[in-house]
Design a protein around this ligand. Sequence first.
Ligand SMILES: *[C@@H]1O[C@H](CO)[C@@H](O)[C@H](O)[C@H]1NC(C)=O
Ligand SMILES: *[C@@H]1O[C@H](CO)[C@@H](O)[C@H](O)[C@H]1NC(C)=O
Length: 416
Amino acid sequence: MRGLVVLVTLACFANAQHQALIDYLERRLLAIEVRRKQCDPLSMCRHSATAHLCHLLLKQDRISLWHEQTTRYASELRELKQQMVSQLENLDKEKEALRMNLDGMGTRVDRVERELDYLETQNGAQPCVDVDDKLIEQQVTLVKEKQKAKYSKLSDCSYMISSIKAMKILKRVGGPKGTWTKDTSRASGKVYIFNGTDEDTIHEFATIQDFTRSLGLSVSKKLNLPSSWAGTGHVVYNNHAYYISQGEEIMVVKYDMRNGSVTDSAVFPVQDHVPVYGLTPETVMDLAVDEEGLWAIYATRQNERHISLAKMDASSVDIEQMWDTNCPRENAEAAFVICGTLYVVYNTKQPGRSRIQCVFDVNDMVTNEDAPLIYFPKRYGAHSSLKYNPQEQLLYAWDDGYQILYKLIMKKKLEI
Ligand SMILES: *[C@@H]1O[C@H](CO)[C@@H](O)[C@H](O)[C@H]1NC(C)=O
Ligand SMILES: *[C@@H]1O[C@H](CO)[C@@H](O)[C@H](O)[C@H]1NC(C)=O
């Protein structure tokens, strides 16, 4: 009977099979009874003188025995039916879970679809002026190629933070607040130190090793900016420093590190700036570099409680697009951008453990629910800056004068 129960448990995964199995069991029960009849003990009475009496007695015994056996089988069958019913109920629950999973998958597919729609609209229409066929062909190929580039770009950069794998303290130079970063372009290995929140001298080291072995900032190569920076919102990208300068208005200045000249500058086209992070008042505006290029993280009085984000063109310092995020300014300490997703790091006034507690994805593929709540390892004071390097997938952090590296582990955005 046990073997049968297992068999039934395994086989019973559909309603139609359910009835068929009960029929089958009933047939088996019948067969057993027939077999019992065939090896009937009445044959023992064949040679007995009192054959008739023997028959009667045995028949009585046999009847009660069969009665007993039948009752037992019937109750076993009842048990089996109950087990099947509960199995079927479980199956229904599993079906429901599966359906919900499929729904979730559907929304994710929808998001990707929306993203693709958006990309298509970004590529603009084909030209419809009266030019010769060859030119049109060229244009079409160009559009197609552009499209391909955008798509492959999207697929290249579709990851998000999974966790912080390790932390390394490299040095302690300068004051409690500042920024340090490597040039976030492939070729350069140079390291730049922006000590303080209101200075005009950048310290350059040829490599990370040179920096860690150095006796301090006095031995660095010094680059003097034409104006002082405000806060800790600077980046170094493709041999250029981009920094925020605050006069009457907020300026983004692009400075060529190779020949020490200002290549470009632009007034950030937003009025009524407020410091972007609640816990880092010196930083009016922050800049970030990721796989997609240059970003500005800022806040205005019009949307005072939340952080805003803008995509910038790194060559012209123009604004390409702007977003109001759902990430609060209150208790924000720093932020960075990875793969088009803004990660805001929060702390408390009495510095505790910093944590990534709000994300905003311009591609709408990562929501706060998808993003893990990530705590930073032990630290000293407050992060005055966190700069992401897309080539190394490292965060360059300045924490109370310590220069720290955080190694990140990434995962695909849609893997939850
Ligand atoms: C670094 O900046 C701090 C102010 O934040 C200043 O006191 C200190 O002298 C600076 N150090 C160097 C080496 O410039
Ligand atoms: C500095 O270099 C850039 C590009 O290499 C060039 O466009 C610019 O004119 C140079 N500026 C000066 C002052 O030499």
